[in-house]
Design a protein around this ligand. Sequence first.
Ligand code: SAJ
Length: 445
Amino acid sequence: MVEPLAEGGSVPEADFPADCRMDHTVNTVCVVGLGYIGLPTAATLASRGIEVIGVDINPQIVAAVNDGKPYFPEPDLDMLLRAATTLGKLRATARPEPADAFVIAVPTPFNDDRSPNLTFIDAAADAISPVLAAGNVVILESTSPVGTTARLSKRLARQRPDLRLPEEGENGPFDVHIAHCPERVLPGHMVRELIENDRIIGGLSEACAEHAEAVYSIFLRGTAFRTGAATAELVKLVENAYRDVNIAFANELSTICDQLGLNVWQVIELANRHPRVSILQPGAGVGGHCIAVDPWFIVASAPEQTRLIRAAREVNDAKPKFIVSQIRERADRLKHPVIACLGLTYKPDVDDVRESPALDIVVELACDPDTRLLVAEPNLRALPPPLDERANVTMCDTLAAVREADIVAILVAHSRFRRIPQEELMRRMVIDATGLTHRSVSMTR
Ligand code: SAJ
């Protein structure tokens, strides 16, 4: 295990074993997986003059990237991608090609039993192994359970016995360097955060970390911190579990306040006036492909030690059911209720519905055939499955949905919904899962 934590560039070169004084020149980078993380990373590297080969198994993504068009909305990504393709520095293809560095940015979902599913990482390893060469660095960016980077190295070693691959705790010399550098950018702010956020560079050896850092030094303005791969793996999981636990606290407060007949938004706003209290916001639940998933990877690694992390997951997962029961309680007072459901995505102002609590809520409400649901989602062009097949669900403009409804359920705090005139809401039963309609205490003073 690489122990001492060194801030980027602060360890004297002479302290490293021989193989880390190799040439770190990075001219070509192959980014495997052109998703929410891989595509901005590829475009950023290309915009710095690096030859980037972007690899994706989805031919539509390959075509869109070669056309210089992002296939998901993200501020400034279109500009970056256009620059990269106009410069001729980014090219997308279906198969990895030889490069100085490989960046793996593929999904790590969980299985039905919530154990981590590493099949995409395995497939990426199998795809790059034929083109690996001595002097390469392979960087795993995908969020991974502890031990995955070492496992990746072993898999590559089995396929390429002609190359010396690192094992955690050994210092080489190696032909190929392997590291885990987890992404930590926030959707909606990716282009800026990719450059500005500090990075954790977890090498299977010191030399691996140093080689990986050379790739990030191409664009990174934040600080790079070098450590061992296993530590870097856990750091990433801990970041997302930390946020999950804190959101669970806010969500639990919302159900406590409901029980006591108090306004949770006001309670949190006033508690946050304490200099050492900073409570997050309750919502419809926790969604997205990261925070709702990653804490389970820690639970899977240490089931006996993760009572709090597991409980937080359960609290957040229970929140959509609580919102459904609040809506049903109002709907049961009407014969043929019409419900406006505002928002389907996993958080405000994105088009991503993965693990979305709002989507789960609408799917559950749609099970009642006597209820008509008018869904307003300004970030989507059509209803996502399975709602697209439900006869009692219609997609609507925001105001039209509100005006026709008996009950308005605000499920996601999209900017668009802030412009709904107050008087339109006042005439209806409103269930606001997001606090969007809450008038701040400072405004009422
Ligand atoms: N949410 C709340 N209340 C809050 C904040 C968020 O209910 O006060 C909900 C959101 O509505 C959403 C979910 O939590 O459903 C997650 O949203 P988010 O904005 O907190 O995070 P993500 O999933 O978009 O991105 C997270 C980030 N991690 C942290 O902030 C620790 C990001 O930096 C990571 O790169 C990303 O996960 C990832 O890819 O792992």
